[in-house]
Write a protein that binds this ligand. Structure first.
Ligand SMILES: [Zn+2]
Length: 202
């Protein structure tokens, strides 16, 4: 059974390797695959943690390999099934560029059925105000992310949940706002390079 972990142990700057070692200890030494995230739509299948690919979603069918996604306000989405798991970095750009759909399709290609999602701590719709034109553009693309046009805040979680539901994937949501919860890192609150890490293991 796949397991998921959300924690604030990762750090930015020079401390990142130390934090990754702490995380590895927490996972009892299981190898952890990270990715170079850039808000792309790249989904990469990995079999080990030997390299750090340019990607915003990792998929594996390797038992015991953990997949990590780093986030501050973006959505960390962990997908699990009996044969494959995935870690997805989905902020506004990722929800807009279809990375959630691409990851599900890749998992299905590898034989995954009955996929379940967990969405980790991320900025909430109350806190995610964007420019009116950006709001209008995004909502026309992802209608489920709409809140109201006076405040032009985006509801990325609802957008992601709708995209998952379109593939029959139900989501458990950790209803924690990174901007409002000081125990989590928030780019909008602190302009920090620090990130929390979310991990899924098959
Ligand atoms: Zn909030």
């Amino acid at each position: 059974m796949a397991r998921t972990l959300f924690t604030g142990v990762d750090a930015g700057d020079m401390k990142v390797e130390v934090a990754r070692q702490d995380l590895q200890n927490l996972l009892s030494g299981s190898p952890i695959a990270f990715m170079n995230q850039s808000h792309s739509d790249q989904v990469v299948v990995v079999e080990n943690a030997d390299r750090i690919p340019d990607a915003d979603a990792l998929v594996t069918t390797t038992k015991g390999l953990s997949l990590a996604v780093l986030t501050a306000d973006c959505l960390p989405i962990l997908l699990a099934s009996d044969v494959a798991v995935a870690a997805v970095h989905a902020g506004r750009i990722g929800v807009g560029n279809g990375i959630i759909e691409k990851t599900i399709l890749q998992m299905q290609e590898l034989g995954a059925r009955d996929i379940a999602a967990t969405i980790g701590p991320a900025i909430c719709s109350e806190c995610y105000e964007v420019a009116p034109t950006m709001y209008a553009d995004f909502v026309s693309q992802v209608p489920a992310s709409a809140t109201n046009s006076d405040r032009h805040c985006l509801d990325l979680r609802s957008g992601a949940i709708a995209q998952l539901a379109a593939y029959g994937v139900s989501a458990v949501v950790r209803d924690i706002c990174t901007k409002e919860s000081v125990e989590y890192f928030s780019y909008r609150r602190d302009a920090t390079t620090k990130r929390q890490v979310s991990v899924v293991t098959l």
